[in-house]
Design a protein around this ligand. Structure first.
Ligand code: HSE
Length: 434
């Protein structure tokens, strides 16, 4: 049987999982793919650490170029991450005519256009399944299973750390800081958790999904990103009382002329399937014009789930190489000569959850609802929360759910409410999934 050589750049948690998975399922893979997949070289800066997987020390090197330039390596697997040395090495591998498999969402979100062009010029495969959703093969779903659909929307819970924090905030009434500490103690969040909790990790994944679904490179700069750092525990609890869970959601939606790409805490009705995705799990709901709603659920990170998707990509590339047909699956397939526009956040329509600390005097509630009405924001429900204990310095929390409204109109109304002196602090505005 023909052998297919793999070279690994980066021998961390996922790298070790890939080697372990390739060893464990070697025979099964050979039968399914028609080639024996062999790890030929592995590069990492640290070769002393025990990864819990047996490898021949002779294949280990600290020199990444020795992997790229090894003629027995057919497929280079980049698992370093980030946009520094990983970008340089992926570029070199593609230019050397090697097929590349990467899990690097940041690299593709920020330099996708450059990297995909290089793969195109070199006529080689570039697979990136594990860049979004860890063990959920959502990239493949969009490229293959749903290829015949116009994608109408994608809603994704794409960051396990945030979902874990939000689950703990809701279930145990924890404030954000304590839930974050719990996530760090459980080994989920990084010691600098900004990439996760400020929404950027989700946004990296969102722009990759948006690019796949809508056929143009969506730059990170046009994605609207709000994380969960400033989310107050009281809003998680009020949302729960109203029958909603708050999720950090990537919302991607196209209407034929414009695409929305946004990431923000979102109220999801408790009977919506995405509301039951808890702890570190991820899920993506994709609506195609033919398929209708489809849902993908699984572990979005971790050694084995991510290795599963990386190995899936290695298998596909190996099949393409065997068939003499690299570039079988193109990176981002252009769908039209004119790229769609990305809709400004101010122009979106959503339902909103608003929490205002309203001054407790006759007429203030009337003033507030009048201002909303003046800006065309229609109210679905209003409730004054809590009893005397909820009052703070003469202000009471008032929670309003709106009907569908334009974001700019809601913002204008909130600015006027602030200026009218009827609230004690800045209103809280959260979007709802509709
Ligand atoms: N840090 C991410 C998460 C996984 O918590 O889901 C890597 O994208």
């Amino acid at each position: 049987m023909k052998q297919m050589g793999v070279g690994l750049l980066g021998f961390g948690t996922v790298g070790a999982g890939v080697v372990d998975g390739l060893q464990r399922n070697r025979e099964l893979l050979a039968h399914r793919i028609g080639a024996d997949i062999v790890v030929r070289r592995i590069a990492d800066v640290d070769l002393s650490r025990d990864r819990g997987v047996a490898v021949d020390p002779a294949i280990l090197t600290t020199d990444a170029r020795a992997v790229i330039n090894d003629p027995s390596v057919d497929i280079v697997v980049e698992l370093i991450g980030g946009t520094g040395i990983a970008r340089t090495l992926v570029t070199e591998a593609l230019k050397a005519g090697k097929a590349v498999v990467t899990a690097n969402k940041k690299l593709l979100a920020e330099y996708g256009e450059e990297i995909f062009s290089l793969a195109e010029e070199a006529g080689v495969d570039l697979y990136f399944g594990a860049s979004v959703g860890g063990g959920i093969p959502i990239v493949r779903v969009l490229r293959e299973g749903l290829v015949g659909n116009t994608i109408q929307s994608l809603f994704g819970i794409l960051n396990g750390t945030c979902n874990y924090i939000l689950t703990r905030m809701e279930n145990e009434s924890l404030p954000f800081d304590e839930a974050l500490k719990a996530a760090q103690a459980a080994g989920y969040a990084e010691s600098n958790p900004s990439l996760d909790v400020d929404g950027f990790d989700t946004a990296h994944k969102a722009v990759i999904l948006a690019s796949l679904a809508y056929g143009f490179h969506v730059p990170m700069s046009v994605a609207a990103v709000e994380g969960i750092r400033s989310l107050a525990g009281v809003d998680v609890q009020f949302a729960r009382e109203l029958g909603y869970r708050i999720k950090l959601l990537a919302v991607i939606r196209g209407d034929g002329t414009e695409v929305e790409v946004r990431v923000h805490p979102t109220l999801v009705a408790r009977d919506h399937m995405l509301a039951s995705v808890s702890h570190v799990f991820n899920a993506v709901m994709v609506r195609g014009d033919l398929s209708g709603d489809t849902l993908y659920y699984g572990r979005g990170a971790g050694r084995e789930p991510t290795a599963s998707t990386v190995i899936g990509d290695i298998g596909d590339v190996a099949r393409n190489l065997l068939a003499g047909s690299p570039r079988h699956s193109r990176g981002i397939a252009k769908l039209s000569s004119e790229p769609l526009r990305v809709r400004a956040l101010s122009a979106i329509h959503s339902r909103y959850y608003l929490r205002l600390m309203v001054v407790d005097r006759a007429g203030s509630l009337g003033q507030f609802t009048t201002i909303l009405g003046k800006h065309g924001v229609s109210i679905h429900a209003v409730s004054q929360k809590g009893g005397a204990e909820a009052q703070e310095g003469g202000f009471v929390p008032v929670v309003t759910l709106t009907h569908l409204a334009r974001e700019a109109d809601v913002d204008a109304a909130l600015a006027e409410i602030r200026a009218a002196g009827i609230v004690g602090e800045d209103p809280v505005k959260l979007r709802m999934l509709d």
